[in-house]
Design a protein around this ligand. Structure first.
Ligand code: PMP
Length: 304
């Protein structure tokens, strides 16, 4: 990833991609406290647009607040930086990664005395769980690793230090040939995927797990609006892994994963074992919305 042409926004200015580096004694590298976002920009008929830029930027600010990290840029400056990076790299559609981290000014647990640095990078990134996954659905397995307790790393923060838990889960199941991991909370109820929120469909109604120990996904929020528009009710309740075994359909949502159908969980076929009709409708509408083909949702698109 480091050896590329292009520009990365680093602490207020665009720098050549290969020069956007930091010292090995970077505090966040040692202690894991950095907050970040994953954002996508899509090509639309009116040009490239960043999907829900304001919400992603606010979540970055919220993540920092939770960890008492003072980001030295305003929400407007952070939004402008993301647009600038997409423009500078001449990207029509891409993934955008803002990250705020503590620098190499000091060592030791306390962050006092360490400076907050911010970078924004962007690069082309296709379907996270594969084009085939979007169409045919993926095979998921429940991980043996438990999602962080709500009072350890806090789930409203998109914190780098949360992700080793996701990595353990993802490596565990992908090494066994599955596509993605599902994590349960410390009481055994469904939390979320390694990098996705979950929905299931049963008897024409959509269910999602309570997000106590899951990230408040922005795609999840978008799906709420889309599902309502399509006439579906979404019920939020505690779900068990066998609720998913018995669902008619299931799908993951996330900025990277978009709307990815799940065709199997723990070797049990879900419904017909392929992308179901409700998932298909929601997925199709989602791609219309992000692609600027649904004027009702134009306020979710920030044209660069
Ligand atoms: N849960 C986790 C653990 C994630 O990493 C992500 C991706 N950011 C999500 C859920 C989905 O969030 P969003 O829709 O905002 O990308």
């Amino acid at each position: 990833m480091a050896d590329r042409d292009g520009f990365i926004w680093q602490d207020g200015k665009l720098v050549p991609w290969r020069e956007a580096t930091t010292h090995v004694l970077t505090h966040s590298l040692h202690y894991g406290l950095a907050v970040f976002e994953g954002v996508r920009a899509y090509n639309t008929a009116k040009g490239t647009a960043i999907f829900r830029l304001a919400e992603h930027t606010q979540r970055l600010i919220n993540s920092a607040k939770i960890y008492m990290m003072d980001i030295p840029y305003s929400r407007d400056e952070l939004m402008a930086a993301q647009k600038e990076v997409v423009r500078a790299n001449k990207l029509e559609s891409c993934y955008i990664r803002p990250l705020a981290f503590y620098g190499s000014e000091k060592m030791g647990i306390s962050t006092i005395g360490a400076r907050v640095h911010v970078i924004v990078a962007a690069w082309p990134w296709g379907a996270y769980l594969g084009e085939e996954g979007l169409e045919k659905g993926i095979r998921v397995k429940v991980s043996s690793y438990t999602r962080h307790h709500v009072n350890s790393t806090m789930p409203r923060a998109k914190l780098s230090g949360t992700y080793p838990n996701s990595i353990l889960a993802n490596l565990e199941v992908t090494r066994q040939g599955y596509d993605e991991a599902l994590l349960l909370d410390n009481q055994g109820f469904v939390a979320e995927g390694a990098g996705e929120n979950l929905f299931i469909v049963r008897d024409g109604r959509i269910y999602e797990p309570e997000i106590a120990s899951a990230l408040t996904g922005i795609t999840r929020d978008s799906i709420h609006a889309i599902a309502r528009e399509l006439g579906y009710e979404i019920v939020t309740k505690r779900l068990t892994r066998d609720d998913i075994y018995l669902a008619d359909e299931a799908f993951f949502t996330g900025t990277a994963a978009e709307v990815t159908p799940i065709r199997e969980l723990d070797d049990r076929k879900i419904g017909e074992g392929r992308r179901g009709p409700v998932t298909s409708k929601i997925q199709a509408r989602f791609f219309e919305v992000v692609g600027g083909r649904a004027p009702e949702y134009d306020n979710w698109l920030a044209y660069i």
